[in-house]
Design a protein around this ligand. Structure first.
Ligand SMILES: [Zn+2]
Length: 80
């Protein structure tokens, strides 16, 4: 399964979910910063990164274009 990118409210989901191979980037990040953040996470996962973009472990470029979610995720209310 390829690594996927999703945009989420910071702190609402793990940065990387091994079950779904999903990297979560903060909502509202611009494209350039999204690549920097994704590359940092991928480097932590020991996925070698090329000079440009963000690369899956299979060598494919990841699409980091922010998308408006089709369905809103319920944000769990935190106590206090
Ligand atoms: Zn892949």
């Amino acid at each position: 399964m390829c690594i996927r990118i999703r945009f989420a409210v910071p702190g609402s989901v793990p940065i990387f979910d091994p079950a779904t191979q999903t990297i979560a980037l903060p909502l509202g990040l611009d494209r350039a910063r999204a690549y920097v953040a994704a590359r940092a996470v991928l480097a932590e996962l020991a996925v070698p990164q090329g000079p440009f973009g963000a690369v899956c472990y299979c060598g494919e470029q990841l699409d980091l274009t922010p998308r408006i979610p089709y369905q809103r995720t319920k944000v769990m209310a935190h106590g206090a």
